[in-house]
Design a protein around this ligand. Sequence first.
Ligand SMILES: NC(=O)c1ccc[n+]([C@@H]2O[C@H](COP(=O)([O-])OP(=O)(O)OC[C@H]3O[C@@H](n4cnc5c(N)ncnc54)[C@H](O)[C@@H]3O)[C@@H](O)[C@H]2O)c1
Length: 365
Amino acid sequence: MRILPLELPRFIPSQHEVWISEDIQEYLRLIKANFQASSWWVLTDSNVYQACYPRFHRYFNQDHQLIVIPAGEASKNLQTCQTIWTQFESFGADRNAVCICLGGGMISDIGGFVSSLWKRGIRFIHLPTSLLGMVDAAIGGKCGIDFLHGKNLLGQISLPSLVVSDTSWLESLAERELKAGLAECLKHGLVADETYWRRLAATNFKEQEWEFVVYRSQMIKAEVVKTDPDEQWMRKILNFGHSLGHALESICLESGVSFLHGDAIAWGMKVETKLAMEATGLTSEHVSQIVAGIDQFDYPLPLLPLSKETVINKLIYYLRNDKKNNQQAIRMSLLSRIGKCEYDVEVKENKIREVLEMDPFIASL
Ligand SMILES: NC(=O)c1ccc[n+]([C@@H]2O[C@H](COP(=O)([O-])OP(=O)(O)OC[C@H]3O[C@@H](n4cnc5c(N)ncnc54)[C@H](O)[C@@H]3O)[C@@H](O)[C@H]2O)c1
C-alpha cells in the first residue's frame, strides 16, 4: 500500500463578520457594494415575506430573485430544497450568485444548506429576523434540514459570508417567539456569564434591552464556537437544557402537539439544573435561583395526552438515544455553578426518574 499525504490549503472560508445594526439603508448599501454578485437571491418564508420583506425591498433596490417558502418547520425538508435548487437552475444562479437568507432559524438552516451545496457552494448572507435566529441559528455555521422523522438529520457546518442582526425586525415577531428565543439567551448566561444571567433574570420580559441581549449572546456563542467549531469538547456546553428539552420536543412531535423549541429548552434547563445538584455539586441555593429565574418568564408547557408514566418512559427512551451519549451511559452538559458548565457528565437513569417524578409539570400529567 502506498500512502499519499494530501494536505490542502484551507480553501473554505473560515472567517466572517457579524454586524449588529439598525441602519438598514447603510448595511444593505454595504452588502451591495462589497459583494460582487452575478445575481442576488432572497430566500424568505411566507410570514417574514409579509412582515419584513416590504421594508427590505424598499432599501435593497437591486435586481434579485425572490423565493418564498411556507413558514414553519415543516418546510425544512428535501422537497423544499429541490424547489429552491430548481429555481436556482431556472434563473441561472452561477458560482458567483449570493443568497440572502431573510428569516428565522428555519430560513437560515435551509438557506445555508441549499447555498452551500449549489454548484459546490455559493455565498450566503444571514439576515436573521427572529431572536432565536439572531442569538443562535445564524451563528456558528451549522445548517441543515429535517429528514424522515429526524430533526436536522441532513446538514453540515458551512459559514455564511456575513450575518447582520437588526433588532428592529423583532418588532413584528410574536411575543411567544421572542420569549422562546430568550430561553437560549438565559442558557448563554447560565453556561458562560453569571453577570449576564443575573441581568436577564432581574429584568422583566417587556423591559429586556434586545440590542444588548443579541450582542452579548452572539458574543458568547461566537467565542465558544471559535474555540471548538466541530463540537468535540467545549461547544457541548451549549447543549445545556437540550437533552431533556429535545426529548420533550420529540414526544410533542410524535404526539402531534405543537411546542416551541425555546419553551422546551426552558423546561429542560430546570430539570437539568436539579440533576446537577448530585452530578456536579451545584448548590441548592443556585438551583433555587435558576428555577425561579426561568419561572418568572412563564414558559408554556405542552398539553400532552399521555400519562405521567408514559412520558417519563419516553423521555428516558429519547435520552438513551441522544447523540450526546456514548458507551450506553446517559451524558449531559450540566452546570457546576451559575456561569460554568461541564460536559459529558454521566447521569444515572434512576436519578433522572427520581427528579422527573418530582417535577411539577410531570406530576401534573
Ligand atoms: N443552526 C443552528 O445552530 C440552529 C440553532 C438553533 C435553532 N436552529 C433551528 O432554527 C429553527 C427555529 O428558529 P426560529 O425560532 O427562528 O423559527 P422560525 O424560523 O420558524 O421562526 C419562527 C416563526 O416566526 C416567524 N418570524 C420570524 N421572524 C419574524 C419577524 N421578524 N416578524 C414576524 N414573524 C417572524 C416565522 O415565519 C415563523 O413563523 C429550527 O428549525 C431549529 O432547528 C438552528
